[in-house]
Ligand binder design. Structure first.
Ligand SMILES: [Mn+2]
Length: 356
């Protein structure tokens, strides 16, 4: 297991590479060019600059999260061809500087959905929260209209300046089915995976978050069965997974069982915990197994059992010690650092037991 940490880049992240350097065990930075729009070709100069900054701080640049997939590719529009060509060329350029794994997702419209970014917990920390009743059975167009007339209410990703564009995007997905999305995903993989095989980059799809359909939009990467179907779309080791225990944990998935089934196709692990409530709400919890619904201890044990040699990062953390004042939602410093120590603690203890 190779430990990494996600960093949003200089001037774009209050956490510094110097901070990260002091977390035990971190070897690599998970990075991206965050100002690149989906579908844009990444410039070689920008890639080289980012590589220089990260390597100067003593980290590797093996994992990129994410190279985002343009909405037209998900929708299967004729304009997807130019965006797929850009995607392939970006992969070639990343391979040239030594990138090994690229994380991406194939979720319509949204990257991830929560209803609150700073839900206060009993201990004074706060975390990302999803309240199901807030968005269940709500027509997204109606929700957009409600949000545009009431400026005091907003949701992450639904900021007033985005609402009109959101409305257009949602309209494009009218009468669009999960089978349509599967077909478009297959088309994308058939184009991109041969390039990956040629240049040596492993693709890892990130599960949908949350792992169930919302706003009538299809969701594919949500459970063991669908992950199996995904891996068979193009049956190549380069077509793999960025397995996120938090995303899959937002629904009742047996994650150690999923790892048992597909461990040889997992290139990147996101490890975090979520606490699920009976009504379908969930909140992001500390990494500790007993604090949430994901058995994070068994997750790490299962990875060890299979001799997992891929990349790992702690995923979202809570905001603790007041860092909500400056940190990105989910991407503070302290709780993710604690998460790393928990993950490494479990790993080292299994490792030691195996040797004695
Ligand atoms: Mn994740």
């Amino acid at each position: 297991m190779k430990m990494t940490f996600r960093w949003y880049g200089e001037g774009n992240d209050k956490v510094t590479l110097g901070n990260i350097k002091q977390i035990p065990g971190v070897e690599g930075i998970v990075w991206s060019l965050h100002d690149m729009a989906a579908g844009e070709l990444w410039s070689e100069e920008r890639i080289a600059k980012e590589k220089a900054i990260i390597e100067a701080a003593g980290f590797h640049i093996d994992v990129v999260e994410s190279v985002n997939v343009h909405e037209d590719i998900k929708l299967g529009l004729p304009s997807r061809e130019k965006y797929i060509e850009n995607y392939k060329e970006t992969l070639r350029r990343l391979a040239k500087v030594g990138v090994k794994v690229v994380c991406y997702n194939f979720m319509p419209v949204f990257d991830w959905t929560r209803t609150e970014l700073y839900k206060e917990m009993e201990d004074g920390s706060n975390a990302l929260f999803f309240e199901k009743s807030k968005i269940e059975n709500i027509d997204p167009i109606e929700l957009i209209e409600k949000l545009s007339t009431n400026v005091d209410v907003t949701m992450p990703g639904w900021e007033p300046e985005r609402l009109s564009r959101l409305k257009e995007t949602f309209k494009l997905y009218e009468n669009f089915t999960a089978e349509d999305l599967w077909k478009n995903l297959e088309y994308f993989l058939e184009q991109v995976i041969p390039v990956c095989e040629e240049v040596g980059i492993k693709m890892g799809i990130h599960p949908d978050d949350p792992a169930f359909p919302i706003f009538g939009l299809p969701r594919l990467i949500i459970n063991k069965e669908n992950i199996g179907r995904f891996l068979n779309l193009v049956d190549s080791p380069y077509n793999g997974l960025s397995l996120c225990t938090g995303s899959l944990g937002s629904a009742n998935n047996d994650i150690p069982d999923i790892i048992d089934a597909y461990h040889d196709r997992i290139h990147f692990m996101h490890i975090r915990n979520v606490k699920r409530y009976d009504n379908g709400d969930f909140i992001e919890a500390s990494h500790r197994a007993c604090d949430g619904s994901v058995d994070t201890v068994k997750v790490v044990q299962t990875l060890h059992k299979h001799g997992y040699e891929g990349y790992v990062r702690p995923d979202h953390g809570r905001h603790i010690w007041g860092e909500e004042k400056w940190a990105r939602p989910g991407y503070g410093l302290y709780d993710r650092a604690l998460g790393i120590m928990y993950i490494l603690g479990v790993w080292d203890s299994v490792e030691k037991n195996a040797k004695s």
